[in-house]
Design a protein around this ligand. Structure first.
Ligand code: SF4
Length: 264
């Protein structure tokens, strides 16, 4: 049976052995056009109000079962941003319910795998979307910028996207909506070769990111950088030394031992 919804399992640096779940159409569908996007430019950036209805077919359950029986040691069933922003699919929870069912019926070596959702955070201002998202065991939400200028230049959002202040407020709300689940904030920081392009690795952005995280109070912060070919030639990865410096700044400003801050 050709696979329609899943890819992997693959070893994720942050999650361990993971099965990727893709619930979007085969062409990239995203509200952003990030300078560093590793799946290439977004040809048509969509509004965060845009929705598709793409419910799972009966093949989804069968596909899951046929793979999962071989990986009882799996750590995560991950709704990824492989083709864009998964919360744009209105049927997100229909996929989630099937996974929950299949996970319950299988035997696992250790703990059952987490059901994980990656989101770029652009749709979380909508209470309807947060209502869906709050069910996941682990939500990995993107926040690369906490100043409006850095947000616009790094993520290049659709014009109808909420501003960065609203995004931070929606992450604060999401944190409160999911008290028994885990929220991770993912910050991708990069540098630029172009003198007229100020990357999000600048003092003000790093400081404001730390203040935003302090307010959101996630369980985890994951700092990382570009690992594959970026959409724009002029951005490149920060090195380990710089990651350590940023983590140090985050820790000093956030000053909360309950928040685990890691870099990759
Ligand atoms: S949000 Fe993710 S998929 Fe969308 S453009 Fe940015 S990196 Fe690419």
């Amino acid at each position: 049976m050709p696979r329609q919804y899943t890819y992997g399992p693959f070893r994720s640096r942050r999650l361990g052995l993971s099965l990727g779940i893709d619930i979007l159409p085969k062409n990239k569908l995203c509200t952003y056009n990030c300078v560093y996007c590793e799946i290439g430019p977004t040809k048509e950036v969509v509004s965060p109000e845009f929705r598709i209805k793409l419910p799972p077919t009966s093949d989804f359950r069968n596909e899951l079962k046929s793979i999962l029986k071989y990986v009882p040691h799996l750590k995560s069933l991950s709704f990824t941003g492989y083709q864009g922003e998964p919360t744009l699919n209105e049927n997100l929870l229909d996929f989630y319910s099937i996974i929950l069912d299949v996970r319950r019926d299988l035997k696992w070596t250790d703990e059952p795998p987490l059901i994980t959702l990656f989101t770029n955070s652009s749709t979380l201002y909508s209470s309807e979307v947060r209502e869906r998202v709050k069910h996941f065991d682990l939500v990995l939400a993107k926040l690369d910028a906490a100043t409006e200028n850095d947000f616009i230049s790094t993520n290049r959002p659709h014009k109808d996207n909420p501003d960065v202040k609203t995004i931070v407020e929606s992450l604060v709300k999401l944190r409160k909506d999911m008290p028994n689940k885990k929220l991770a904030i993912q910050c991708l920081i990069s540098k630029s070769y172009r003198e007229d392009f100020i990357s999000n690795d600048n003092k003000e952005n790093i400081k404001q990111l730390a203040y935003a995280i302090k307010k959101i109070k996630p369980d985890i912060v994951q700092l990382y950088s570009i690992a594959r070919i970026p959409s724009e030639y002029f951005v490149f990865a920060i090195d380990e030394k710089r990651k350590k410096q940023i983590v140090k700044t985050f820790k000093e400003i956030i000053n909360n031992d309950l928040i685990e801050i890691n870099y990759y």
